[in-house]
Unconditional design. Structure first.
Lengths: 285, 162, 152
């Protein structure tokens, strides 16, 4: 007999989860219910986050950062008005699954599950985002790069839930790109690439590139990114960045592709993402 | 041993079901309420055969927990038109003969109905995008997409009523 | 799936062999082992806890050493299940020890592993990654334990 609880505050939800190690937080259910259906998990109780208004709160902070509530659905994030730079998250959300699943899945649930083939993790790392967490010991925030720890493993401790995601402003001249290699529209990525670049008078003033689907966590090589500063988003330094990411990746061998195939396509996808950042800003989303 | 009582509106009628925390909406509709239009295909949210409307939005019945639907409004394929009638999407699919085994059809009708409410004059590409979460193993999709597109044009003409 | 790896232990082959066939040593070196015991001269039974994100389960396995040429080579057959046969596992392995002139021993293993049932169903490439990580941790623990015992 699986229980079902409907807390109305974050504190109540945290209390319920901390009190029962076999209870699980329920966000959109797109992943958790699928796993229950496949008999892979059997929670003692479900703690639904759907009734917690604070988890839907979305706001622009004084420094221009945008905070997205954890219970925002992919469908909402996919059409959200975000400035260039943080808009990489909108691009990623629009590629998740299909319109029906996007009506159910949430950014908090997706981030907490940390599927290596999901769309948000690489986008959040490229955006320099932070993940907000609430738990028995209080609230904290963790940089996205540090939040994704291992295969399906995050920095969340017992009783902790994701309460939101904070996207820093892109800055002047910011651009973003997101793409993923899939054989079936909406599938989990074979390889995904998220890029956020800042251009000043045509030269790279900032660059973050993260690759998903190729390891336990999004793959990023900061030293290789720095080599593009002051130059363009193409050329030998750009090619070296793609090669460095392919080298640093630890891709799986699975039904969607071999590790060797994933390594092989990384440089081409990175080059395309950089070229997309270099293209003029589109005027219709 | 089911112990959770859930009250929800299904196809305009107030209903009550007794479920377990892990009972899906799909199971509650089919087993508790006898509404077998929504189908159990993959039970993983991939195939779309279980698609229903929850508070007006298309969702996967197999990934929705019945216990999470307290107070919600659910529409299934049985509730799209009064008994004996067909809504414009259903009508267009019948006229096009865009059904083979029929297993995917209720899910497709639900996704398409939701799409047309959102985008009455949906283009072919928008129809394909809107139906991208519904798998059909029989037909190759073309007849379905063209039928829904015709219904979309009709919906635009009649001011968006699907 | 085929898993193979190798590692070197600074100890002679007969010591390495003895440790590899000692359930107590395996029990302290293999992460997740909850219970391990010999059930015969060349047979063992073990319960191994496995975690994959939110999935947590315990595999109950039986291991039989088939052909053996101590201290150089053995083949083992492993059969197991979890969740009351919700998944079924089988693994056929070969372990080879190669003592070098400097007294160190290279350990090479190759396993053909099949998992069917609820854990095998989703083509999880991550299962291979987890198995490889398990193998590496075992190698580190085993090497440390045997070298420390050999030095004593």
């Amino acid at each position: 007999m699986t229980g079902f609880r409907r807390p109305s505050t974050v504190a109540e939800a945290v209390g319920l989860l901390a009190a029962d190690a076999e209870a699980r937080a329920l966000a959109g259910g797109a992943t958790l219910v699928a796993m229950m259906n496949a008999d892979l998990v059997a929670p003692s109780a479900l703690v639904s986050l759907a009734g917690i208004a604070a988890l839907r709160r979305t706001e622009t902070l004084p420094d221009g950062s945008v905070r997205l509530g954890a219970m925002r659905r992919h469908a909402e994030n996919a059409v959200m008005d975000l400035a260039p730079g943080p808009d990489v998250v909108r691009r990623a959300a629009a590629r998740i699954a299909n319109p029906v699943v996007r009506n159910m899945g949430t950014i908090g649930g997706s981030v907490a599950f940390a599927d290596p083939g999901a769309d948000y993790p690489a986008a959040l790392v490229a955006a320099g985002a932070a993940v907000e967490i609430a738990g028995p010991s209080g609230d904290r925030a963790v940089a996205a790069e540090d939040f994704f720890v291992d295969w399906y493993t995050t920095a969340l401790g017992p009783g902790e839930i994701v309460t939101g995601v904070v996207l820093p402003p892109g800055g002047a001249g910011a651009r973003s790109a997101y793409d993923k290699l899939v054989r079936v529209s909406g599938d989990f990525a074979i390889v995904s690439v998220a890029a956020v670049a800042r251009l000043e008078r045509g030269a790279v003033a900032g660059l973050r590139v993260a690759v998903g689907g190729c390891g336990p966590r999004p793959v990023r090589v900061a030293e290789a990114e720095r080599a593009l500063l002051g130059g363009g988003l193409d050329g030998p330094a750009a090619a070296a960045l793609g090669a460095a990411i392919a080298e640093a990746a630890d891709p799986p061998d699975d039904v969607r592709g071999s590790a060797a195939y994933r390594r092989r396509v990384i440089p081409g996808l990175v080059a395309r993402a950089l070229a997309a950042c270099a293209a003029p800003l589109e005027h219709a989303a | 041993m089911s112990a959770l009582a859930v009250g929800l509106t299904v196809n305009g009628r107030a209903r009550a079901v007794l479920v377990d925390g892990r009972t899906t909406l799909l199971e509650a509709l089919r087993e508790n309420l006898g509404l077998t239009g929504a189908k159990r295909g993959c039970n993983q949210g991939v195939c779309g055969a279980c698609t229903v409307l929850l508070d007006g939005r298309p969702v996967r019945g197999c990934l929705t927990l019945a216990a999470a639907c307290e107070g919600a409004e659910v529409t299934t394929v049985e509730g799209l038109a009064p008994a004996g009638a067909l809504n414009p999407v259903q009508q267009a699919i019948v006229e096009a003969g865009a059904v083979q085994c029929g297993f995917c059809t209720p899910g497709i009708v639900m996704s398409a109905t939701a799409l047309l409410r959102e985008r009455p004059g949906a283009s072919l590409e928008e129809v394909r995008q809107g139906l991208s979460g519904n798998l059909c193993r029989c037909s190759g999709y073309r007849g379905i997409v063209e039928a829904v597109h015709r219904a979309a044009a009709g919906a635009k003409a009649t001011g968006g009523k699907a | 799936m085929r898993l193979e790896d190798s590692f070197t232990v600074r100890a002679p082959a007969d010591k390495v062999w003895a440790a590899l066939t000692d359930p107590a040593t395996i029990g302290r070196c293999l992460p997740g082992i909850e219970r391990i015991e010999a059930t015969g001269a060349d047979a063992y039974r073990a319960a191994i806890r496995v975690e994959l994100g939110p999935i947590r389960t315990v595999f109950n396995v039986q291991v039989e050493i088939r052909d053996q040429a101590p201290p150089r080579r053995m083949t083992t057959v492993t059969r197991g299940e979890e969740g009351t046969r919700a998944s079924v596992l089988s693994a056929d392995s070969t372990v080879e020890l190669d003592e070098r002139p400097d007294g160190t021993t290279a350990v090479r293993y190759a396993s053909e592993v099949a998992v069917v049932g609820r854990l095998g169903k989703f083509g999880l490439g991550v299962m291979r990654k987890k198995a490889e990580a398990l193998g590496r941790t075992f190698a580190d623990n085993f090497r440390a334990w045997v070298e420390q015992a050999a030095a004593a």
